[in-house]
Write a protein that binds this ligand. Structure first.
Ligand SMILES: [Cu+2]
Length: 117
């Protein structure tokens, strides 16, 4: 009976260990995406990048010339859809989302970019 208990106990420990290990591996799912965000100037860059200053986003870099943003994020903590929504909420149009109209109107004059057609 004692041997059986020992075997059972050690197999439970082993299972817990492997389970824990696989969870740790899946927790770090870094992804990199790039898409267009309509905008004008340096201030737009700041607003757009600040909108992505949230948990799960590792880095966000918007290029004024190409109008493209490169985002590195943890797909376990935030989704691509949510990233588009966050930018849109700050008043900017993205490839997949329409910028919030009220937020757009409140942007400084220099940032009144031509809206996405
Ligand atoms: Cu601007």
């Amino acid at each position: 009976m004692k041997t059986l208990q020992k075997i059972l106990l050690s197999s439970i420990f082993l299972l817990a260990f492997f389970n824990c290990n696989s969870q740790n591996k899946s927790q770090k799912k870094e992804q990199s995406i790039e898409f267009k965000v309509w905008g004008n100037c340096e201030m737009c860059k700041e607003t757009i990048e600040n909108a992505l200053d949230v948990k799960g986003v590792k880095s966000a870099d918007w290029n004024m010339e190409t109008k493209k943003i490169k985002v590195i994020f943890d797909s376990e903590k935030i989704t691509e859809v949510k990233i588009h929504q966050l930018i849109a909420a700050s008043g900017y149009d993205t490839e997949d989302a329409k910028g919030n109209d009220k937020a757009y109107k409140e942007l400084p004059d220099c940032c009144q970019y031509t809206r996405k057609p």
